[in-house]
Write a protein that binds this ligand. Structure first.
Ligand code: PBG
Length: 324
């Protein structure tokens, strides 16, 4: 009789058995909640392409951060939505700009109970929507942008960021921000580098979330979706420049890249489950096509299994409450 010699099903036989042998855990402390705060808002403003996510007012931001902390979430990543935009994104450098004000609010609310992070990029603040300043040829001027990033990093550190998150994909950004922080005395402020960031269609809903002014795309600075080896080059550069943590983004469409980066990195690795990943699941759920909680947990588990120590997800607070 040809009965199977090996029976992997034995280890799947009961919930207790499956729990005992599960290789991958998702814990609330590993989740980071990205949050938007809108200058001048008196009420939270819904983001239609991200049902359940809002542009916060200062008050609602404080409340939501306190909820995240009590749910056991590991951190928050703040994005500012300014009222006015200009060519150089000057609101990003203003100590009273929306993001810096939000950082101070959040730190006064949660102190050190959460890791407070800030997006360090100009696209939310520029009137052309690019991640840096434009040169005469209309392309983003890398080195002119670096000077602004350096100053922006210092303002964010001063406002209370534990980790700044440069997301603009300018060459050398981690290094210049590190030296600027050190020179200004912020040697203890860390850098979560958006090390591997692809020019992705999945950022679509984020454009609405930050009222982005962008027309065109970011292909001259974000990576081409077909390239994986290049991710390892970016990793090496960012580690050399002093990144404390590195990130891969988007998550689900790039799990292979995440796994390679996690293998090679000797610092914690984060992955960002971005706006489009959120929107597509919420849309399918709204149509009754997917089971919401199971789908969300499955994606978070996959991102962890691929090697992420930390996962940025718009479901962080909610998922944390189920995971406990
Ligand atoms: C740039 C930035 C973006 C996101 C995070 N930081 C947008 C972009 O690069 O186009 C996207 C996050 C998301 O889609 O959820 N400041």
């Amino acid at each position: 009789m040809g009965f199977p010699a090996q029976r992997p099903r034995r280890l799947r036989s009961t919930p207790a058995m499956r729990r005992l042998v599960s290789e991958t855990e998702v814990r609330p402390r590993q989740l980071v909640l990205p949050m938007f705060v809108r200058e001048g808002a008196t009420e939270p403003v819904p983001i239609s392409s991200m049902p359940g996510v809002v542009q916060h007012s200062r008050d609602s931001l404080r409340k939501a951060v306190a909820e995240a902390a009590s749910a056991g979430v590991g951190g928050v990543m703040l994005f500012g939505v300014p009222e006015t935009h200009d060519a150089t994104g000057s609101g990003a450098l203003d100590p009273d700009g929306v993001l810096n004000v939000a950082l101070r609010d959040v730190r006064s609310e949660v102190g050190d109970d959460l890791v407070v992070m800030s997006d360090l990029c100009l696209d939310e603040f520029t009137d052309h929507g690019h991640c840096g300043v434009l040169g005469p040829d209309g392309d983003v001027d890398n080195d002119a942008t670096l000077e602004l990033y350096a100053r922006m990093g210092v303002e964010q550190a001063r406002a209370g960021a534990h980790l700044v998150g440069p997301s603009g994909m300018m060459d050398g950004q981690v290094g210049v921000i590190r030296s600027a922080l050190d020179d200004a005395g912020f040697t203890g402020t860390g850098i979560l580098a958006y090390t591997v960031k692809y020019a992705s269609a999945f950022y679509g809903p984020f454009r609405e979330a930050v009222n982005s002014q962008l027309s065109g795309d970011r292909r001259t600075y974000q990576q081409d979706g077909g390239n994986a080896r290049e991710a390892l080059r970016e990793l090496e550069l960012d580690l050399g420049e002093g990144a404390d943590m590195v990130m891969v983004k988007p998550a689900l469409a790039y799990l292979d890249v995440l796994a390679r980066v996690a293998d090679a990195a000797d610092v914690p690795v984060a992955a960002y489950q971005i706006s489009g990943e959120y929107a597509m699941i919420e849309a399918a759920v709204a149509n009754g096509w997917l089971d919401r909680d199971r789908t969300i947990l499955e994606t978070l588990t996959s991102i962890r299994r691929a090697g992420a120590d930390v996962v940025l997800t718009y479901w962080a607070t909610e998922a944390a409450s189920w995971l406990d």
